[in-house]
Ligand binder design. Structure first.
Ligand SMILES: [Ca+2]
Ligand SMILES: [Ca+2]
Length: 197
């Protein structure tokens, strides 16, 4: 990657962060309005609320092959990590990761360190996840979509902001993280997208 490409990526990352900072949802308004949190040539993440839950819809808009039931590394999946105590560090048994199981159930885990997390269900989330492979307003052709609905109370310790890192994995393309980072570790919370509820 040349210097210009790196600069462009850095500017894009800043633009995403600036967008996230500007998107402050008012929890008292019970809004279901959908806001776009991330929009790149490959991925879209939109956010809305549904009662006491935050809904993240993650779409891989340039992936037109369904490997959502595949085996790693030939698998499409989308997940996110949350810095629950918002200190920029991975804290064992505090910070959380949200995935989907092969049976489409929610898999909530505690993060342990940059390379490890607990088994599914170690954290008992009241959230849910739905997987689909279909066209949307962001991309008419069928593509993988994960829709997470997670109680707000699970995402931060009583504050009105929470800090999230989104992970996309597509078969044949590997990982992409938002905020953008190089692939050095499975989990990292030093840079997050801050969302105000
Ligand atoms: Ca795919
Ligand atoms: Ca933390």
């Amino acid at each position: 990657m040349n210097a210009l490409s790196k600069k462009i990526l850095a500017v894009k990352a800043l633009a995403v962060l600036a967008l996230a900072a500007a998107l402050c949802l008012d929890a008292s308004s019970q809004t279901t309005r959908e806001n776009i949190l991330i929009s790149t040539k490959d991925h879209v993440v939109s956010i809305s609320t549904e009662g006491d839950k935050v809904v993240f819809v993650m779409e891989a808009i340039r992936d037109f092959t369904d490997e959502m039931k595949g085996l790693f590394p030939d698998v499409d999946f989308m997940s996110f990590d949350v810095d629950v105590d918002q200190n920029g560090l991975i804290d064992r048994n505090v910070d959380l990761g949200f995935f989907a199981t092969k049976a489409n159930g929610l898999c909530a885990v505690y993060l342990i360190d940059s390379g490890r997390n607990s088994t599914c269900g170690a954290f008992e989330s009241m959230g849910r996840v739905e997987l689909s492979f279909q066209g949307t307003k962001y991309e008419a052709r069928k593509h993988p979509i994960y829709r997470y609905a997670i109680p707000k109370g699970e995402l931060s310790r009583g504050r009105d902001c929470f800090d999230v890192v989104f992970t996309f994995h597509s078969s044949g393309r590997g990982y992409t993280y938002y905020p953008f980072r190089a692939l050095k570790s499975t989990h990292a919370l030093a840079k997050t997208i801050r969302i105000k509820l």
